[in-house]
Design a binder for this molecule. Structure first.
Ligand code: PEP
Ligand code: MN
Length: 334
């Protein structure tokens, strides 16, 4: 159920509704907006009788939500969510750019790439230190040592750090060093991990699972939000198809489709969806044209051979891509 308050409802009115929800044994999620506040209710198994709220002071209406997700929807919050991180944000007018290597390999490599990212004007640096690798023998990341390098990057270059978590223990570590928690495609339905991220003070970026439907993806976001963390960013990164010329297939139609349902900021990772270097920039251009809030892209030193360097852009390619996507963004959202 969703309780929509009148435009002139006072904070006392809102508190009263929250009190009734809590007394019924449910959880209240207050979503203030410029025109009205809505209060989402979770924790109920069966339908709630709307008469609990209908006659309360300041209540406009109590609406039954038939969809399995409640907190991610435009019904609850018609305005887009803007996730703010320091001076930067994701979801407002500007195009956010999150770039960096697939993995933090060495301090030198990470600093060299960070300098390029900073010079491009991007606000976010990415780099994995906990790597979910298909073969168990493959490089799994530097762990906490890598987080220390990322914290130095933030200090020196003023970039906000986005890095992946793989289990509850790594969330605790990432919280100490980074600015945004990334949940990878392979963990999109790791429900205990999602709940743990929901109890964090950091925003959470959720990659779409390799075979996830929109409903499954939004329900992953719902797991985080139900714990009280409403700073969630969705990231399309390609899904499995029959295509055999790339890794996964970037699903750009999902961008307007999710927009029609959810208020959450939506970004595209054009690197993992491509899997090949020459596909990354064209897909980035198309992603920006389709109306995303941000772009994630892998960039590395040309000499690195460690992980995804078949898909990572070189610094020169990245700089060129940034100028192209900014021009497209400016054209579409002047
Ligand atoms: C990554 O960002 O390096 C990564 C492993 O992404 P994904 O979860 O989308 O495969
Ligand atoms: Mn990668």
């Amino acid at each position: 159920m969703l309780v929509v308050m009148k435009a002139d409802a006072t904070s006392r009115d809102i508190e009263e509704v929250v009190r009734v929800i809590t007394e019924l044994g449910f959880k209240a999620h207050v979503m203030p907006g410029p025109t009205r506040t809505a209060i989402g209710i979770t924790g109920n198994r069966d339908a709630i009788d709307s008469s609990h709220f209908e006659n309360m002071h300041g209540v406009a209406e109590a609406i039954r939500v038939s969809k399995p997700y409640k907190l991610t929807t435009l019904d609850l919050k018609p305005e887009k969510t803007v996730v703010r991180v320091g001076d930067a944000s994701i979801g407002d007018h500007d195009l956010a750019i999150i770039a960096g290597p697939c993995a933090v390999e060495t301090r030198e490599q990470t600093f060299a790439v960070a300098e390029v990212i900073r010079n491009s004007g991007a606000q976010f640096f990415r780099g994995g230190v906990f790597k979910p690798r298909t073969p168990p023998t493959a490089f799994q990341g530097l762990g906490e040592e890598g987080l220390q390098i990322l914290a130095e990057v933030r200090e020196r270059y003023g970039l906000n750090i986005v890095t992946e978590v793989v289990d509850e223990h790594s969330v605790g570590l990432v919280e100490r060093y980074a600015d945004i928690i990334q949940i990878g495609a392979r963990n999109m339905q790791n429900f205990s991990l999602l709940r743990r991220a929901g109890r964090s003070r950091l925003p959470v970026l959720i990659k779409r699972g390799l075979g996830a439907t929109i409903d499954e993806w939004l329900l992953a976001a719902e797991y985080v939000m139900i714990e009280g963390n409403y700073n969630v960013i969705l990231c399309e990164r390609g899904v499995r198809t029959f295509s055999d010329y790339n890794n996964e297939t970037l699903d750009l139609a999902v961008v307007p489709a999710v927009r029609s349902i959810s208020h959450l900021p939506l970004i595209v990772d054009s690197s993992h969806g491509a899997g090949k270097n020459y596909l990354v920039t064209p897909l980035a251009r198309a992603s920006v044209a389709v109306g995303i809030d941000g772009l994630m892209v892998e960039v590395n030193e040309p000499t690195s051979t460690r992980l995804n360097n078949v898909q990572e852009l070189t610094p020169d390619q990245f700089m060129q891509m940034v100028s192209e996507v900014r021009a497209i963004h400016e054209l579409i959202f002047p």
